[in-house]
Design a protein. Sequence first.
Length: 108
Amino acid sequence: MNQQVKDLIQKLGEAIHESVSGSDQISGVVREIREQGFDVLLMLEATIGLNEVERDAEPASAEEEEAEPEAGPFTRSDRTFLRSLRISTEEPGPAPTEGSGEEKTPPL
């Protein structure tokens, strides 16, 4: 990973920290907890994952991208992320039931 990407990831982490620490809503809830007699220690963990984008010779048009069917409730980004974790979004077909007359013969 090049230095420019590392710097951008660092900036992203700083932006997330500033967003949380500057949130009026979070500050208000922390104040309410302290008023109840508790001290608050807030620790957040952010995992930033990067996948290098493959650049095609010809970029897909918006129409082609819209034509790609969605696999259930998952977006294209969801499926890419799940595949990176080696999780399949394909649902296995129903197994034949006993007595249904369907017998599977292994291929030769």
